[in-house]
Design a protein around this ligand. Sequence first.
Ligand code: ADP
Ligand code: MG
Length: 248
Amino acid sequence: MSSNPSSHKISLRAVEKSFGDTAVLRGIDLDVTDGEVITLIGASGSGKSTLLRCMNLLEPIDDGVIMFDGVDIAEPGLDADPIRRRIGMIFQSFNLFPHMSVVDNVALGPRKVLKTPKAEARSLARDLLVRLGLEARIDAYPDQLSGGQQQRVAIARSLAMEPEVMLLDEITSALDPELVGEVLDVVRDLKSRGMTMLFATHEMAFAREISDRVCFLHHGRILEQGTPTDIFGAPTEQRTQEFLQRVI
Ligand code: ADP
Ligand code: MG
């Protein structure tokens, strides 16, 4: 690991987070290079979602440092909104606004937050929706879409804010199996465009395919990390071996 956190897009050092008496993150060190795709794997409850939520400032950390482009974004009192604009997050649930059309869902953030004029925001939204294969659904409402389409709209909505980093938390877990592929295709496309991503997933074959680096979380620690070849081919920790035997 580099001793100079500022050379990375994001660097976490000794990040700790508890809920009540439950220590959920127990000293996380993680460096993310610009353009890198990192997957977080590990048993349910190991802390993957909490880690991503802390990086998006949805949860305050108790101790440690989260450097983003050279600034400690975990400093108390820092305005979280500009940071969240630059670090997009997608969840298992799509959380689209049901009373708004697809294009308006995607255009809303740029209009309200970036103050982009309405016509321009809608044009940008259309371009993104075309790119994500949703051209035919631009004027539909969320409840008229499949889960896979809704998740792609949620991704478009996040991309409309032009984030520098994307945090993806089990984004295919709520989908019927036949709809998973179309969402993973979007992640492949983001990678090919150089998007920096952290991706918590149970899709081990996909993690193996897409990751530059895989981190295995166990009880709030990164127990082992390496290339997909290392982690899936020759894990050194017994806990990693046991986990992979259970899920693959
Ligand atoms: P994962 O995403 O790897 O399944 P989580 O980060 O969701 O793990 O959860 C890690 C632990 O933190 C679990 O024991 C979970 O119950 C606990 N936890 C997560 N969020 C909260 C919360 N808001 N309040 C209390 N406990 C929580
Ligand atoms: Mg989770």
